[in-house]
Design a protein around this ligand. Structure first.
Ligand code: HEM
Length: 192
């Protein structure tokens, strides 16, 4: 049990987070080394777009759209927010010009870590729900219906519901701060 907790949950979580930190440091170092710091200044834009695009999962989940496999979209959410955050972190670099962008960066960091905790919880509930498969199979559901039923069950389990009460407010704080940062840059550029 102890071993599986470590191997199935803590280790992947640590790797995902450690890799993000290492890739941020390496990216920042390389851009400085190659005199390409200007790329970092614009990396915030594709990073933000990637994070916004990855929120399609939420639209699918809340049935604003009906196309696409929820499982795949969640996968894309995880990859898209991870990559997008990496870009935004490199973009933030170690430059300190104003408070607001740093507050936004911290909120994003908390958001990313909380997302990874959610992934960990989801994997746990998925394993739990798999135990109920047999029951569904007995009811004669097709393979596709079965996959969907198990997926939605895993997503709605209690631990996930509790986690969402934290993750979504954090997301809103992050979104507001990021928007504030973006608006102030557009003002600075004289676009609005
Ligand atoms: C900038 C970073 C992130 C933002 C803004 C973000 C935003 C969100 C939002 C708004 C939801 C709620 C979806 C809904 O209930 O409609 C969500 C759910 C979720 N996110 Fe993230 N997220 C981020 C990073 C991550 C990361 C890095 C991971 C994992 C590697 C992740 C994994 C998840 C999981 C597993 C769910 C739960 C799925 C569900 O409840 O249906 N997120 N995220």
């Amino acid at each position: 049990m102890e071993k599986s907790l470590w191997r199935q949950h803590i280790l992947p979580f640590t790797l995902l987070l450690g890799l993000l930190a290492a890739a941020t440091l390496a990216g920042d170092y390389l851009l400085h080394r190659l005199n390409l710091v200007w790329i970092g200044r614009y990396l915030g834009i594709p990073g933000t777009l990637l994070i916004i695009l990855s929120l399609v999962y939420s639209l699918r989940k809340r049935k604003y759209i009906t196309a696409g496999s929820p499982k795949t979209l969640l996968r894309l959410h995880e990859i898209g927010t991870w990559l997008g955050s990496l870009m935004v972190l490199i973009h933030a670099g170690i430059h300190f010009n104003a408070i607001l962008p740093w507050l936004a960066t911290i909120a994003m960091g908390v958001n990313v870590i909380s997302g990874m905790v959610g992934k960990l919880l989801l994997e746990r509930s998925r394993r739990h729900v798999q135990g109920q498969r047999q029951h569904f199979e007995l009811r004669g559901l097709s393979q596709r219906e079965l996959e969907q039923a198990v997926f939605w069950d895993a997503v709605t389990l209690d631990a996930m519901a509790q986690w969402r009460k934290v993750h979504i407010p954090i997301f809103i704080v992050f979104a507001v701060l990021a928007l504030g940062h973006i608006v102030s840059i557009l003002l600075f550029w004289g676009w609005i």
